[in-house]
Write a protein that binds this ligand. Structure first.
Ligand code: CA
Ligand code: CA
Ligand code: CA
Length: 412
C-alpha cells in the first residue's frame, strides 16, 4: 500500500519522495507516512478494509480513458496531498475573478473561478484570462485528522466565536454559514441548521465547504476533471471556444468512489506529537499560549457523537478554532469565497506542522499559498489583522524564546 503511494507521485516529485523515503532508514527520524497517513487505532477489520479501499482511491492516478480532464491540475489526490501531508508549491491551485463595483464576478464564462493549467491530448489548457482583477493561490493542506475535526459539534465551534469582540482583545472569529449544495450528503456527525437554513462551513482555507464529501466532489471535478454521481456535468475549458468535453460518458465515477474517499479521510488518525519531553518544546508551548496564539490556534477541542464510535467524545489537539478571522491587509487576497471576505481565512490546524517539510522536499512552505518558509516570516504576515496583538508580542520576544515557540510548533 505504502509503496504504491510513492508510485503515483509525478516525476518532479520523485526527488522529494526519494528524500523522505531515505528518512525511513535513519533511526528515530520521524516518518510522515507512519505519523500521518495511518488509520486511527482500533478500527474493526471491516472498517479497515473500507479505509484501505479509500486509501487506494486517494492514491489512484486517473487516466484520460477514465475521465481525467479535458482540463485538470493533477491526476491524483496524492499528487497534491503528498503522503496525506502538505503539498508542494509546484502544485498550487489558482483561482481568479474580478470585482465589478462591490460584487465579485468569478468569471465562470472564462473558466473561473479555478484555472486548470493542464489538459489531455487534443484540448487546450486554461490560463488566467485578461480582465481579472484578483487571483489567489492555494497550497494543498494536510488532510490528516479530518474525521476528528468533522466530529467536533457545531455548538463547540459557535461557542468559540466572539463576533462583536466582547472581550476587547481584537480577535473576533466568526463561523462561515453556507447553504448546502443539491448533492451535499451529510456524514454521521451531528449537523445543525442555523435560523436562516445554513450550515457551518469547515473545509477549505476559507471554509467554503460544509462536508468532506462536498470538498471531495469539488476536488474530483475542479482539480482532476472527474465528474461524479454527485456532480454529473464534466469540466470544460470555455476559454478555447470549443466547449466539448472528453469522450468518457458522465458521470465518470460513482457515488461509491466518493463515499470511500470520505470514509478514508474520516478514519485517518491525527499526527502523533514528537519530542514532548524536550525542555524547549515545553517552554515554547507555554510561550505560545502566553502571547495569545492559542486564541485562534485553540490547543484542545472535544468531539461529539459520531456514527464511527472511535471518533466520539475524543479530546483532540488540532490547534484551530475552525473559525474565520480577518487577517488584515498582508494576507488579503482580494478574493471572497463562500461566506468569507477577502481578508478572512479559517484558522488552519497546526497538527502535523513539524512534518510539513518532509512532504515538501525538506523545505517547509507555510500559509495559504506557501509564501513563507519560516515561522518568523509566518508571524510577520499575522500583523495588521485580528492576530496583530499576539504577532506583535511574539516578535518582541528574544530570539531564544521565539526559537522555543518554533521548537514547539515543530513537535506538532
Ligand atoms: Ca472528465
Ligand atoms: Ca476552470
Ligand atoms: Ca466526461
Amino acid at each position: 500500500m505504502k509503496a504504491n503511494k510513492y508510485l503515483v507521485v509525478l516525476v518532479p516529485l520523485m526527488l522529494l519522495v526519494v528524500v523522505s523515503a531515505c528518512n525511513k532508514l535513519l533511526p528515530g527520524a520521524p516518518d510522515s507516512e507512519d505519523v500521518i497517513a495511518e488509520p486511527i487505532d482500533g478500527l474493526s477489520s471491516d472498517q479497515l478494509a473500507k479505509h484501505l479501499v479509500g486509501d487506494a482511491l486517494f492514491a489512484k492516478v486517473y487516466t484520460p480513458e477514465e475521465g481525467l480532464g479535458p482540463v485538470f491540475i493533477q491526476t491524483a489526490c496524492e499528487g497534491c496531498h503528498i503522503g496525506d501531508g502538505k503539498g508542494h508549491p509546484i502544485n498550487l491551485e489558482t483561482r481568479f475573478g474580478k470585482w465589478v463595483g462591490s460584487t465579485f464576478d468569478y468569471m465562470e464564462d472564462k473558466g473561473g473561478a479555478q484555472m486548470q493549467q493542464r489538459s489531455i491530448a487534443g484540448f487546450t489548457p486554461e490560463s488566467v484570462p485578461s480582465g481579472y482583477t484578483h487571483k489567489t493561490q492555494r497550497l494543498a493542506p494536510v488532510v490528516t485528522g479530518m474525521g476528528l475535526l468533522a466530529a467536533v459539534h457545531d455548538s463547540t465551534i459557535l461557542n468559540l466565536t466572539d463576533s462583536l469582540d466582547a472581550n476587547g482583545d481584537g480577535i473576533s472569529g466568526r463561523v462561515a454559514f453556507l447553504s448546502p449544495k443539491n448533492y451535499t450528503e451529510f456524514d454521521g456527525n451531528i449537523h445543525t441548521l442555523n435560523p436562516s437554513g445554513k450550515y457551518v462551513g469547515r473545509y477549505g482555507k476559507k471554509a467554503k465547504e460544509i462536508t468532506i464529501q462536498d470538498q471531495i466532489v469539488f476536488a474530483l471535478k475542479e482539480d482532476m476533471g472527474i465528474s461524479s454521481d454527485f456532480d454529473v456535468v464534466d469540466l470544460v475549458n470555455p476559454q478555447s471556444g470549443n466547449e466539448s468535453g472528453d469522450n468518457v460518458p458522465d458521470p465518470e465515477v460513482g457515488a461509491s468512489v466518493v463515499r470511500s474517499l470520505v470514509f478514508y479521510l474520516r478514519t485517518l488518525k491525527a499526527p502523533t506529537r514528537r519530542d514532548l519531553d524536550d525542555a524547549d518544546v515545553i517552554e515554547g508551548e507555554q510561550l505560545f499560549a502566553k502571547v495569545g496564539c492559542v486564541k485562534c490556534h485553540v490547543p484542545s477541542l472535544k468531539t461529539s457523537l459520531s456514527d464511527i464510535s472511535l471518533l466520539s467524545n475524543v479530546e483532540i489537539h488540532p490547534f484551530t478554532d475552525l473559525l474565520l478571522h480577518d487577517m488584515g491587509p498582508l494576507l488579503d487576497d482580494g478574493f471572497p469565497e463562500g461566506d468569507a471576505k477577502s481578508a478572512e481565512w479559517r484558522t488552519p490546524p497546526l497538527w502535523g506542522l513539524g512534518l510539513a517539510s518532509e512532504s515538501q522536499g525538506n523545505v517547509a512552505y507555510y500559509l495559504h499559498d506557501g509564501r513563507a518558509t519560516s515561522i518568523r516570516e509566518v508571524v510577520g504576515f499575522h500583523l495588521g489583522g485580528e492576530a496583530n496583538g499576539p504577532a506583535t508580542l511574539f516578535l518582541a520576544l528574544s530570539e531564544a524564546e521565539q526559537d522555543q515557540i518554533i521548537a514547539f510548533l515543530n513537535s506538532l
